[in-house]
Design a protein around this ligand. Structure first.
Ligand SMILES: NC(=O)c1ccc[n+]([C@@H]2O[C@H](COP(=O)([O-])OP(=O)(O)OC[C@H]3O[C@@H](n4cnc5c(N)ncnc54)[C@H](O)[C@@H]3O)[C@@H](O)[C@H]2O)c1
Length: 459
């Protein structure tokens, strides 16, 4: 695909696969809205006061139907939005088309190359000569990374005249990042620093991105305030767990239609995602084995009746392998195996065949997030919890932009807001909460209206 920015008749920029899918996207967005009570109540509560009037928000987060409802919540609150996906395989093209036509600038399509992916990320951050976004919604930290690397390179260039050198790394993706920063530097050597000056902050969606932010905070490299949305209880203990419990089998079935019952399945990592994946596989009738490095998570798996072994112990007998560690080098060596052949069955489903035996292994989404690559990610209801946290985090950063409340550090949302996100989702499921009496509240030392748990409580 030629990388040219297109414009709607209203003049809004976009690059998507096929704008004619917009009507289909709109119909599915309307279905999702019914299942996203948290986001819809944000619209009802905050829409009238237009709190984001004048705010530019750039988002790097899977461009799915659920994300479309998030984007249109941000625009309903007054923001102007530019968006890209945070994964080369996760865009739902009809969602991207509907958003591009109706609501925001979008640069995303399913099956981007890595070079296209980073082009999209650049476009998403590019608000023209007057600087970048005011706020970033990030998932995995790539938008944040590009700005940090850009600022670093500009400062180095100003001091020494040295341009970033893609050959300085053997990481193929980072070579692309250095390449686009180098090319950008030649045209505008202050772009990322202007962006940094304007930026109020970022809210980060996932475990891996949050890890990067804390590393930057520790080394003093963090350039703007950040809110860690992942560690809201109503995010990591819901999306990562119940979301994956739904979308892992969905991805497996859509990609392979293989029967899960009776198979031996290995789940590498028994954190929030691993727990959801293991539960789904067990429920589907698989014999599930866990690998872990952490004795606490290993013991949790054992308490659920799941054996904990090493990959070496099980590699010869297991049928299904799921990696959920957020770590590297978990299952390796396939591409390097002499004579191995890759046969693409369909996009994001490849069979790798060994020369000696003609036996094969099916690899989903090239080892990336398979629930988004091979299915449509988590369902709307659980994403409503995650994204309500995102909206609250963005509102908080924007509201406090000139008060100095947030320094160049990583913050989590306060407990009462976490509880509010959960509360917004109870009615839809027909729940009725018990009300504390004042004397009960006093007895357990909590306010009648919450928060009901101390920050240290683990759920
Ligand atoms: N696909 C999705 O929909 C989705 C949703 C949420 C999070 N994520 C991503 O999934 C990953 C895991 O997230 P999480 O919230 O479960 O994190 P987590 O920290 O709760 O869990 C990861 C677990 O992996 C274990 N681990 C690390 N290295 C290991 C190794 N070499 N072998 C075995 N176990 C190992 C850790 O001890 C930990 O228990 C992250 O990259 C996160 O960004 C994906």
């Amino acid at each position: 695909m030629a990388l040219l920015v297109e414009k709607t008749s209203a003049g809004r920029e976009y690059k998507v696969k096929d704008l004619s899918q917009a009507d289909f996207g709109r119909l599915e967005i309307e279905l999702a809205e019914v299942e996203m009570p948290g986001l819809m109540s944000c619209r009802a509560e905050f829409g009238p006061s237009q709190p984001f009037a004048g705010a530019r928000i750039s988002g790097s987060l899977h461009m799915t139907i659920q994300t479309a409802v998030l984007i249109e919540t941000l625009t309903a609150l007054g923001a102007e939005v530019r968006w890209c996906s945070c994964n080369i395989f996760s865009t739902q093209d009809h969602a991207a088309a509907a958003i591009a036509r109706d609501s925001a600038a979008v640069f995303a399509w399913k099956g981007e190359t890595l070079a296209e992916y980073w082009w999209c990320t650049e476009r998403c951050l590019d608000w023209g000569p007057s600087g970048g976004p005011d706020l970033i919604v990030d998932d995995g930290g790539d938008a944040t990374l590009l700005i940090h690397e850009g600022v670093k390179a500009e400062e180095e260039f100003e001091k020494t005249g040295k341009l970033p050198d893609p050959a300085s790394t053997d990481n193929a993706e980072f070579q692309i990042v250095l390449g686009i920063i180098r090319d950008g530097l030649k045209v505008d050597p202050k772009k990322y620093r202007r962006m940094k000056e304007r930026l109020v902050g970022v809210s980060e969606e996932t475990t891996t991105g949050v890890k990067r932010l804390y590393q930057m905070q520790a080394s003093g490299a963090l350039l703007f305030p950040a809110i860690n949305v992942n560690d809201s209880v109503t995010k990591s203990k819901f999306d990562n767990l119940y979301g994956c419990r739904h979308s892992l089998p969905d991805g497996l079935m859509r990609a392979t239609d293989i029967m899960i019952a009776g198979k031996v399945a290995v789940v590498c990592g028994y954190g929030d995602v691993g727990k959801g994946c293991a539960a789904a596989l067990k429920q589907a009738g698989a014999r599930v084995i866990v690998t872990e490095i952490d004795p606490i998570c290993a013991l949790q798996a054992l308490m659920e009746g799941l054996p904990v072994l090493t990959l070496e112990d099980v590699v010869s007998e297991a049928d299904i392998f799921v990696t959920t560690t957020g770590n590297k080098d978990i299952i390796m060596g396939l591409e390097a195996y002499p004579g191995v052949k890759r046969i693409t069955i369909k996009p994001q489903t490849d069979r790798w065949v060994f020369p000696e035996t003609n036996a094969g292994i099916i690899v989903l989404a090239e080892g990336r997030l398979m629930n988004l690559g091979c299915a449509t990610g988590h369902p709307s209801f659980v994403m409503s919890c995650s994204f309500t946290n995102q909206v609250i985090a963005q509102l908080e950063l924007w509201k406090e932009r000139s008060t100095g409340k947030y320094e160049k550090k990583v913050y989590v949302l306060p407990k009462h807001l976490d509880e509010k996100v959960a509360a917004l989702h109870l009615g839809k499921l027909g729940a009725k909460l018990t009300k504390l009496t004042p004397s009960q509240a006093e007895y357990i030392s909590v306010p009648v209206e919450g928060p009901y748990k101390p920050a240290r409580y683990r759920y």
